[in-house]
Design a binder for this molecule. Structure first.
Ligand code: FES
Length: 132
């Protein structure tokens, strides 16, 4: 592993609580949400792809394996990182109508920024990205 390609501050696996949102500060102004399940560990930038809400303050549902942003309530599928639901749409549906630039039936293409990592014994090292 070329350490230059990874954040120097590791995530200690034994400090992660299972099936909850773990907030980890990697330094260099990067905080990540870490979700540990039996067979996987997800590392996600703590920035909602919609408008930058703090996902660490959102809700994780272990049953559906989803993460909900606290700012506008968007729900993301953690298996794919893809936006799957805006619970507010039920309210807005009655007020909106299609225009040339607004297509109500179009699903936004928001996707969580799931970060790559490597495990070295009991530590996780997160790979640097060019832009987060
Ligand atoms: S900022 Fe996350 S849903 Fe809007």
């Amino acid at each position: 592993m070329d350490k230059n390609n990874f954040y120097s501050k590791p995530i200690y696996i034994n400090q992660l609580k299972p099936e909850v949102i773990n907030l980890v500060d990697l330094g260099e102004e990067l905080q990540v949400v870490v979700i540990k399940r039996a067979d996987e560990i997800l590392v996600i930038a703590d920035i909602c792809p919609h408008m930058g809400g703090y996902l660490s303050q959102g809700k994780y549902c272990a049953k559906s394996h989803t993460l909900q942003c606290p700012w506008h309530g968007y729900i993301f599928d953690l298996s794919t990182g893809i936006f799957i639901e805006n619970p507010n749409e039920i309210i807005w549906e009655k007020l909106r109508y299609p225009t040339e630039h607004f297509k109500p039936k179009t699903t936004p293409k928001y996707k969580l920024n799931q970060l790559e990592y490597e495990i070295d014994e009991d530590k996780i090292y997160v790979r640097r990205q060019s832009k987060i």
